[in-house]
Design a protein around this ligand. Structure first.
Ligand code: KIV
Length: 265
């Protein structure tokens, strides 16, 4: 088994202007596909609360859910770095508790690090974790765990004051020791300014093309999640249609007494 992508390699990619590719995955089979496609970072996002569990938001996801899915992704991958999202509620706790949660996640799932939503408000926690050598990816802008506070999944940073706050958040998480930061749902110009100011890589989602890397939710990328399609999502496959056609074909053959044929007995 070869070594997984490391923190120094991710830092080196920014220095070499080499774009970082990241995709979410939530299970063994998808992790294997994503890993063998050469993706650099697999994010086990708490988006699983919506695309796997069918909730309206990511808020109901638990630590046990995250560890269960992250363990499966670690088993399915060999090369990519695997990062696990902290579920809602953990990073609002005292930093000692957050450290204990990070250690539990890394011990029980075997992943390479954790992702924390929030900027200046979680900077002390990030500093505490990184002092203890826990690799942390930060996440600023449209942080989905704050959806109730924002009043929906709305682009952040359109107003000057909001943009300044997001830049301050990004600088704070970098100073606290995060090794990368996800920029979600912010104007491309702001993402570009943040990317130029930071020495750590920015990974964009709905933040334009100037980020150091891009991440998408795999169910969106493959056209599997049909509840809604954010404007920034590109379907690289009409996966939902393909799967439905296969299932209809299976149902047709079963009803016609054609499956299983002789070769499948
Ligand atoms: O939960 C998630 O999948 C995420 C990414 C989309 C950045 O946070």
């Amino acid at each position: 088994m070869g070594q997984r992508v490391t923190l120094p390699q991710i830092a080196q990619m920014k220095e070499a202007s080499q774009r970082i590719v990241s995709v979410t995955a939530y299970d063994y089979t998808f992790a294997k596909l994503v890993d063998s496609a050469g993706v650099d970072i697999i994010l086990v996002g708490d988006s699983l609360g919506m695309v796997v569990q069918g909730h309206d938001t990511t808020l109901p996801v638990t630590m046990d859910d995250m560890i269960y899915h992250t363990s499966a992704v670690v088993r399915g991958s060999q090369r990519a770095m695997v990062i696990c999202d902290f579920p809602f509620g953990i990073c609002q706790s005292p930093k000692e508790k957050v450290l204990a949660a990070a250690i539990r996640i890394m011990k029980e799932s075997g992943c390479d690090g954790v992702k924390i939503e929030g900027g200046e408000v979680v900077a002390d926690t990030i500093r505490y974790l990184t002092k203890q050598r826990i690799p942390v990816v930060a996440h600023v802008g449209l942080t989905p765990q704050s959806v109730k506070f924002f009043g929906g999944f709305k682009v952040q940073g359109r107003q000057e004051s909001e943009a300044e706050k997001i830049l301050a958040d990004a600088l704070a998480v970098e100073a606290a020791g995060a090794f990368a930061v996800v920029l979600e749902g912010i104007p491309p110009k702001l993402a570009s300014q943040i990317t130029a100011k930071l020495t750590i890589p920015t990974i964009g989602i709905g933040a334009g093309v100037e980020c150091d890397g891009q991440v998408l939710v795999i169910y969106d990328l493959l056209g599997l999640y049909g509840d809604f399609k954010p404007k920034f999502v590109k379907h690289y496959l009409q996966g939902g249609d393909l799967i439905q056609n296969a299932l209809k074909e299976f149902a047709k053959e079963v009803r016609a007494g054609e499956f299983p044929g002789a070769e499948h007995q």
